[in-house]
Design a protein around this ligand. Structure first.
Ligand SMILES: [Zn+2]
Length: 276
């Protein structure tokens, strides 16, 4: 599943090809995504100019202004298996290439999604009003995310710290991989009640979250060329993982065996010796 770093890398990868460009044509080959592609999408996009791409949590935001400067924005989610790539006129669509946005120099923004859990829709109101965005917590790489916030929100909570960290109202974009890795770096047992983690350890955890996400985004930068037509699949970043997906293998720090538990219906791997 595309996580926050993949979405951010997508934003950075496609932006230079489409920002400032005027939309000439929109082709919708398959309307039935997680929510149907809006009927007015193609007609409303033609003639509009694409502004600076944004991102909120795992949503990509594509502002589009008409000739009078009136701006609307698309909200694009990649779902479980979606990807946005750059293609050129003449690059034939493949199976599962559901939407093409063609801009004035012939560049195509092409949406591919075999499982169709992603969607593209109009943003409703601003960032603070859209029902999909308004209850979201801060971005993990923003100054609004810090240990003090984790500490304050967790007081009195018996919920295990790992599902607590994966709650979008606490902080956005910390999926299973990054929660597992951050807890390992911070030395915190994922089963520990969030309310029983000290202020200092929440500070360490917030830093670890930033570290793992920033590393994934940096690594993603090296795959940017893959956003241009044809070369391979965007795929997951081959980050060196310490715990995620390594149950039963040995801990890179102490050599002990990594354990698997289920927390909030999610598989969680940790080192019982290094994480307390
Ligand atoms: Zn260990």
């Amino acid at each position: 599943m595309p996580e926050l770093p993949e979405v951010e890398t997508t934003r950075r990868g496609i932006a230079p090809y489409i920002e400032g460009r005027e939309i000439r044509e929109v082709l919708v080959r398959e309307r039935r995504l997680r929510t149907p592609v809006p009927d007015d999408l193609a007609d409303s996009l033609i003639g509009r100019r694409i502004g600076e791409l944004g991102r909120r949590a795992k949503y990509l935001l594509v502002p589009v202004a008409d000739a009078r400067g009136r701006e609307r924005s698309l909200i694009w989610h990649l779902g479980m298996s979606g990807s946005l790539r750059i293609a050129r006129l003449g690059d034939l669509p493949k199976k599962h290439d559901h939407v093409d946005v063609v801009v004035d120099d012939g560049t195509i923004l092409r949406y591919h999604d075999p499982r169709r859990f992603g969607f593209v829709d109009w943003l409703r109101g601003g960032l603070a009003e859209d029902p999909r965005l308004r209850r979201l917590g801060p971005e993990p790489l923003s100054p609004e995310f810090h240990g003090k916030r984790l500490f304050a929100l967790s007081r009195g909570r018996r919920l295990a710290v790992k599902p607590f960290l994966m709650d979008n109202a606490v902080v956005v974009g910390v999926g299973n991989i990054y929660a597992s890795e951050a807890l390992f770096l911070a030395g915190i047992d994922p089963r520990r009640a969030a309310g029983r983690v000290s202020w200092e350890r929440h500070e360490r955890l917030a830093l670890a979250v930033r570290e793992v996400l920033a590393a994934a985004i940096t690594q993603g930068g090296t795959t940017l060329r893959d956003f241009v037509s044809g070369v391979g699949e965007p795929g997951y970043f081959a980050q060196r993982l310490n715990v995620y997906g390594r149950a039963g293998q040995s801990c890179r720090r102490c050599g002990g065996e990594l354990r698997l538990v289920t927390l909030g219906q999610r598989a969680s791997v940790f080192c019982p010796a290094c994480q307390r």
